[in-house]
Design a protein around this ligand. Sequence first.
Ligand SMILES: CC(C)(COP(=O)(O)OP(=O)(O)OC[C@H]1O[C@@H](n2cnc3c(N)ncnc32)[C@H](O)[C@@H]1OP(=O)(O)O)[C@@H](O)C(=O)NCCC(=O)NCCS
Length: 135
Amino acid sequence: MIGYRDDVRPGFEQALELYQASTLGERRPIDDRARFSAMLEHANLIVTAWDGDLLVGISRCVTDFAWTTYLADLAVHVSHQRRGIGKELIRRTQAAAPHAKLLLLAAPAAEKYYPHIGFRHFTQAWMLRAQDCVR
Ligand SMILES: CC(C)(COP(=O)(O)OP(=O)(O)OC[C@H]1O[C@@H](n2cnc3c(N)ncnc32)[C@H](O)[C@@H]1OP(=O)(O)O)[C@@H](O)C(=O)NCCC(=O)NCCS
């Protein structure tokens, strides 16, 4: 039985364990404690999935609760993947800000996941990477 919560912020070690156990940690700065802490601290919408005391899923977002929700990280523990937890986390993320569109950047391994569950691809999306400068 999986429980879902949007009223708790996972601790640093709990989150670290999940990012590693989901493989998302390979693409996030989890070795930089200050940066990873800031990611957890400044997200203003975090939906989590729990198997008892074990954190098994997370949707970590920045939202204005009115226009746009940026889904920065979606991760499910490998032992719990393909059981609908990712979809339920997204459903609850959308429900927390029902008028906001949900934006994200897919990891290569999840490129086929998002269209499969109903996301649309927009060719007019643009990114200025942290190492890029406005010209
Ligand atoms: C991507 C991820 C979040 C999906 O979560 P999940 O709980 O395993 O997925 P769900 O159970 O909600 O899957 C829902 C549907 O998508 C399918 N699906 C799951 N992962 C998929 C993938 N990588 N590619 C295509 N389809 C996928 C499932 O089979 C299921 O299909 P169905 O509804 O037709 O039966 C999870 O695999 C994960 O944490 N991956 C590693 C981290 C990562 O890449 N995160 C994404 C960052 S953008």
